[in-house]
Design a protein around this ligand. Structure first.
Ligand SMILES: [Zn+2]
Length: 229
């Protein structure tokens, strides 16, 4: 799954690598990995930063993170509860706690921390803006929340990941509601083990939000999204 390809200008590549919120995101200059679990550290190469959204087992695997960090010397950005669980196993200077409202830069890539509507200790979600302004929103396990409407208007997202299953309360309908509020160019249904929940999301989207494209990802395949024209 190591992504050798480098995206063209105004483009990002992504890979969904587990049945949860595990995403590898590659911009022309940086590689970010979000919530790595159920993946081999060797398959994640040249990682610049790991982003963690909350402390649940399907998002946080401290041993795996320590391994990736050792192999790549990457930075780790994590919500407060996950930071506590990581602080004694990764180098202090490489671990950064984040809360909603924070902004961090990895080179020219901007990472803005937002809230997350999910029953964890202090969960977060991440708005990632590439160096050439491709806008990605990794909503983690979030259910829809009202502020998403304003975020959608403000950010003009190219790519949004929408939870459609497994997490408490989440369904293809709640995933669609996230897309409806954010109105991205491309919506990706994830955090599910069933293809039928993804196709159901796609069907609702086609009828209710025809200007947003649905991309149903297969696991461990590389997809490309370009900036909205
Ligand atoms: Zn989850």
């Amino acid at each position: 799954m190591a992504v050798q390809k480098v995206p063209e200008k105004n483009t990002i590549l992504f890979v969904w690598f587990n049945q949860y919120a595990g995403i590898l995101l590659k911009t022309p200059s940086k590689t970010l990995v979000i919530d790595p679990v159920d993946v081999k550290s060797k398959s994640l190469q040249n990682v610049d930063a790991i982003l963690i959204t909350h402390e649940h087992y399907d998002h946080l695997d401290p041993r795996l993170i320590a391994e990736i960090q050792k192999e790549t010397n990457c930075t780790i950005i994590a919500d407060p509860a996950s930071t506590k669980k990581l602080q004694h196993i990764v180098p202090v200077g490489k671990l950064q706690e984040t809360k909603p409202g924070d902004e961090t830069k990895i080179g020219e890539v901007c990472i803005k921390t937002e809230k997350c509507n999910h029953p964890a200790q202090a969960p977060v979600s991440y708005v990632i803006t590439s160096e050439d302004d491709v806008k990605v929103y990794h909503t983690a396990d979030s259910l829809p929340f009202p502020e998403m409407a304003l975020m959608g208007k403000k950010e003009n997202f190219d790519l949004v990941f929408c939870t459609v299953g497994i997490a408490p309360g989440s369904t293809p309908q709640t995933g669609f509601e996230i897309a409806r509020l954010l109105k991205p160019q491309v919506a990706v249904p994830y955090h599910t083990a069933s293809v039928s929940s993804q196709t159901e999301f796609a069907q609702i989207l086609r009828v209710e939000l025809p200007r947003t494209a649905c991309l149903i990802p297969a696991q461990n395949k590389i997809y490309q999204v370009s900036k909205r024209k």
